[in-house]
Design a protein around this ligand. Structure first.
Ligand SMILES: [Zn+2]
Length: 620
């Protein structure tokens, strides 16, 4: 948060009160009824005009602006109501005729904030205790002017006694009214705000005068009582990014972390902040904390990789043009890798927890049957249809695999650079070269595949185009595990689950038998998925059915785990009674291998590059 002096505020008003600025007033005092009331004044000219609602949301890589929740639209000029007509093809466009003599339009509408749902920023964003406000949902803008060239002057009324945080500079505050400094529309939309009854702001330290904040909004005060050690680890994260990238492209940075079981759970990156949403007890429950440990490192990394540097196909300069996702294995995949290695570098996971998490990723990808038909590159191209794809047969369909497989590919690249350069170079050098640049306010430098290859070659000459294309276009049955293997480790399976695995099953509320029976069962008995090449499917079990009984006894997670444990010691087939709609059937699986869980095992003959990669960079 930043406060301007009164004199500066008056100067701003004079400068921006002209008609070329959109005046936007959002009344959020009704947000606990899940309604925002919006009033806008826009400059206009006599004749036909089109107003647009943002459709392609940066960072979500999809045309998912929540247009269906814009209601109560009323447009006036000089006190007269003007009829509007929605475009019959583009559902996000409203056509009007501006009457002679009118130079401004008054627009009013409401936005319905959705109840509990999944999804991203257009999913559930409010509870009776808090809300996360995304400006793209609360604004219309004129067609024909690039959003960077539209000035928006926003004011906001928050519920009484609620506090808030945002990276958007504030000109003036009075009671529960906030008057923001006018900003380009792109900056406004890039600067969400969190608010709530239970709110806490923690300073995470300054670097070269640039401050960092952890803004917590929660459904309870207890949820925000994180340990001093965890705060120190988040401060380490700030220091580690400075050591890795050598620059920052923001005026200040806000982690807007929302802690609630009743909002959609995800992270969404912005230049100067991130909208991070997790379960209420994530910061105080050990299992949840471990599973979500890399969320803030991931979203923070996007300020460099995704916001400052962005694939040309995703840098459209507006909210209407379709985005092209073919380089998402850099935008998201490299971010996934960097977020995951920044996590142990900052102390947010131990090296052992990091390796156990990497083993889970490696095993999932290495056993995916969909690898045989769908190259990784296609998961990036098809991102806009995969984010919402169902869980059943997901390992045959493949999902947004450019995230986890990005980790494997960039680890492979990191290890390759370290080996070829005999330890004198690493992917850290690539990050500084490709993602670093000059420090300053937010900027955008688009790139192409050739730019990525050129930067890798500048660090360490190699056939990088061949290296990347081989991995991106492969339909080989196994995942690219070269980074793990040449990094001094190997993927193995044994009967003992790691602590990280226990945390994963607890947090996801499931029993994951992927590597034994080839199925995943939720705690309530829903068979979330079966592996296409697994024993369960071969026995006839379908996903999205319900497990009722195991060997004739009522299903429970403990019973299922203990029954699989016992398979190594007896010769009887396992019997699963399954309900599919109105029908019950017993399936027999002849399995005697006991439980199987993935781990990374040290290979002593090879140098331990993996441990070198996750060692802290910051000076003590
Ligand atoms: Zn991301």
């Amino acid at each position: 948060m930043r406060l301007f002096s009164a004199a500066a505020f008056l100067a701003c008003l004079r400068l921006y009160s002209q008609t070329d600025t959109i005046q936007l007033h959002v009344d959020a005092t009704d947000v606990t009824s899940r309604l925002y009331h919006i009033r806008m004044t826009l400059p206009a000219k006599t004749g036909p005009m089109t107003l647009l609602y943002p459709k392609w949301i940066p960072g979500e890589h999809m045309p998912n602006g929540p247009i269906a929740d814009l209601v109560g639209l009323k447009i006036q000029a000089g006190g007269q109501t003007i009829p509007w007509r929605r475009d019959s093809v583009n559902m996000f466009a409203f056509h009007i005729d501006v009457p002679a003599g009118a130079s401004t339009l008054d627009v009013a509408f409401d936005f319905i904030a959705p109840p509990e749902t999944g999804g991203f920023s257009s999913g559930s964003s409010t509870t009776p205790q808090l809300a996360v406000l995304s400006w793209n949902q609360l604004i219309l803008y004129p067609e024909g002017i690039p959003p960077d060239q539209i000035q928006a002057h926003a004011t906001l009324r928050v519920p009484d006694s609620w506090r808030y945080g945002t990276a958007l500079p504030i000109a003036h505050e009075s009671g529960n009214e906030i008057d923001f400094a006018p900003a380009p529309l792109t900056t406004l939309i890039d600067s969400p705000l969190s608010m709530g009854r239970h709110y806490r702001t923690i300073e995470l330290g300054s670097d070269n005068g640039i401050p960092h904040y952890l803004n917590l909004a929660a459904d309870s005060d207890r949820a925000m009582e994180l340990s001093p050690e965890l705060i120190t680890e988040y401060k380490n994260l700030v220091a580690e990014t400075g050591a890795l990238y050598g620059s920052r492209h923001y005026r200040d940075y806000h982690f807007l972390l929302t802690l609630s079981d009743h909002v959609a759970h995800f992270g969404l990156e912005h230049h100067e902040s991130s909208d991070d949403r997790v379960g209420e007890r994530t910061l105080i429950d050990d299992a949840s904390r471990k599973i979500e440990a890399s969320l803030l490192p991931h979203e923070f990394t996007h300020s460099w990789n995704g916001k400052y540097r962005r694939p040309a196909g995703l840098a459209t300069g507006n909210y209407e043009s379709p985005m092209k996702g073919d380089l998402l294995w850099v935008y998201e995949g490299l971010t996934n890798y960097l977020g995951e290695i920044l996590t142990p570098r900052s102390g947010l996971l131990t090296p052992e927890e990091f390796r156990d998490a990497l083993a889970v990723t490696a095993a999932q990808l290495d056993t995916e049957s969909g690898r045989a038909w769908r190259p990784l590159e296609d998961t990036a191209v098809a991102a806009q249809i995969l984010y919402d794809s169902r869980e059943d047969y997901t390992e045959y369909r493949r999902s947004v695999d450019y995230y986890p497989e990005g980790t494997l590919i960039w680890l492979d690249a990191d290890v390759t650079i370290r080996q070829l350069s005999k330890g004198s170079k690493s992917l850290n050098d690539f990050c500084r070269l490709f993602l670093g640049g000059e420090s300053g306010k937010p900027a955008l430098k688009p790139y192409t595949f050739e730019d990525v290859v050129a930067a890798l070659n500048a660090v360490q000459p190699h056939d990088w185009a061949g290296f990347l294309n081989k991995r991106l276009r492969s339909t080989e049955p196994h995942a690219p595990l070269g980074g793990i293997e040449n990094g001094g480790w190997r993927l193995v399976y044994n009967e003992k689950a790691s602590d990280y695995w226990h945390a994963y099953e607890t947090e996801k509320k499931l029993v994951d038998l992927s590597y034994s029976l080839g199925m995943l069962v939720s705690e309530d008995g829903m068979i979330a998925n079966v592996l296409y090449n697994g024993l369960a499917r071969k026995a006839g079990v379908a996903p999205a059915t319900r497990l009722v009984a195991v060997n004739g006894r009522q299903y429970s997670p403990t019973l299922l785990r203990e029954t699989v444990d016992a398979t190594a010691k007896n010769s009887n087939p396992l019997e699963l009674l399954i309900r599919d709609g109105d029908f019950y059937k017993t399936y027999r699986i002849d399995y005697h291998g006991g439980p199987k869980y993935p781990h990374l095992e040290r290979v002593d003959e090879k140098a331990d590059l993996l441990s070198a990669i996750i060692a802290p960079l910051r000076k003590p």
